[in-house]
Write a protein that binds this ligand. Structure first.
Ligand SMILES: O=C[C@H](O)[C@H](O)COP(=O)(O)O
Ligand SMILES: C=C(OP(=O)(O)O)C(=O)O
Length: 341
């Protein structure tokens, strides 16, 4: 029995689910808008919102249309980006995401996962929303990167040199998360590495292993996601901003209201957000953006639930859409007040 399956190349998945020229132009414009928010050339607030993971593409597209409606409504004050996460980094083990296990049964049909995932990204991009993606496996980056407008290097991979080098090559702003243990200094090391040019092995469009050459990511930034204790409070954000300045980096941060900042309790996300919204309304300009884990319905289910609900997260618990809309309103008002100051 063969112990390997050949995967479609980036060019092959692109040919099956291509991005049209207008969509490519829209993605280029989204990347520039997000970079402008991070540079304070655009006074709006970045809001990265969406499910922990995509397990049902059709239901996630329904959710994306709701987000697109809200994004248009709040466009004067917010730049809303959809979490379109197709790979999940697990602490030990667990469902690794749609690309790695599209049938959710452990079969690991990566070829199908890449095709399904790519088709989802193209449809999600067609809603007009910028897409956010955590690049978990650098080998798969070239299959999806052209559809993505904001990237994360996550808390479990931020210390990895291949991920830092990948970030230096990715053509969109990349958020580096502090580690699971709460280390912000290691994320700052990652930002410094991502800002530099590198030559490193990766997968080219034809699927061959290639020497990729990067010129450094000009829009890499810090994402505070909490650790054993939260780090969204004013003192932690100020300490992170000082550390960024000392490292010669721009002092702007994105704060993740979920993960270590919510203790993985989705009911705490609105409390975290309310605190941040107050500070933004009060004129805090270090806070460039926020992340929220939100989906159609509130909470989560186990991935082996029968029947599996399309509208409920199978990884981290999310806020339901009806609880998300008032939070977007709150953030839009806070951003408007900050701009008016
Ligand atoms: O964001 C999702 C999870 O927090 C991440 O993939 C880790 O999950 P785990 O600790 O349940 O493996
Ligand atoms: C896994 C995630 O975050 P973190 O790396 O902060 O745990 C995520 O955002 O899905």
């Amino acid at each position: 029995m063969l112990d390997q399956d050949l995967l479609p190349t980036p060019a092959e998945v692109d040919a099956q689910a291509p991005l049209s020229p207008p969509l490519r132009a829209a993605i280029a414009a989204h990347r520039e808008t997000i970079a402008a928010v991070l540079d304070r050339r655009d006074p709006r607030l970045l809001v990265i919102v969406g499910p922990c993971s995509v397990h049902d593409p059709a239901a996630t597209l329904d959710y994306a249309h709701l987000v697109a409606g809200a994004a248009a409504r709040f466009a004067d004050d917010l730049v809303v980006v959809l979490r379109a996460y197709l790979e999940k980094p697990r602490t030990v083990a667990g469902w690794p995401g749609l690309v790695r296990d599209p049938t959710l049964d452990g079969k690991g049909d990566l070829a199908a996962g890449l095709r399904t995932g790519r088709a989802f990204l193209v449809e999600a991009a067609a809603t007009g929303l910028p897409l956010a993606y955590e690049f978990v496996d650098p080998v798969l980056a070239s299959h999806v990167a052209d559809a993505i407008s904001w990237a994360a290097i996550g808390a479990r991979t931020v210390t990895s040199p291949p991920h830092r080098q990948l970030a230096s090559w990715l053509p969109m702003p990349v958020g580096m998360k502090n580690t699971v243990g709460g280390r912000v200094d290691l994320a700052i090391d990652a930002l410094r590495a991502a800002g530099l040019p590198h030559v490193f092995p990766g997968i080219g469009r034809d699927g061959r292993v290639a020497a990729l050459r990067s010129s450094g990511n000009p829009s890499a930034h810090l994402v505070l996601r909490g650790g054993p204790v939260p780090n969204y409070d004013a003192a932690s954000v100020a300490a992170a901003a000082n550390a960024l300045t000392e490292a010669g980096l721009p002092s702007r941060v994105v704060v993740d209201c979920s993960h270590g900042n919510s203790g993985k309790d989705h009911n705490r996300q609105p409390l975290v957000l309310a605190d941040l919204a107050d500070r933004i309304a009060g004129g805090d300009r270090v806070l460039a953006g926020l992340m929220l884990e939100s989906y159609l319905s509130d909470g989560k289910q186990y991935p082996d639930a029968h029947p599996l609900r399309p509208d409920l997260s199978i990884t981290d618990a999310c806020l339901g859409w009806s609880r998300t809309v008032p939070l977007l309103e709150q953030l839009a008002l806070a951003a408007k007040r900050r701009t008016a100051r």
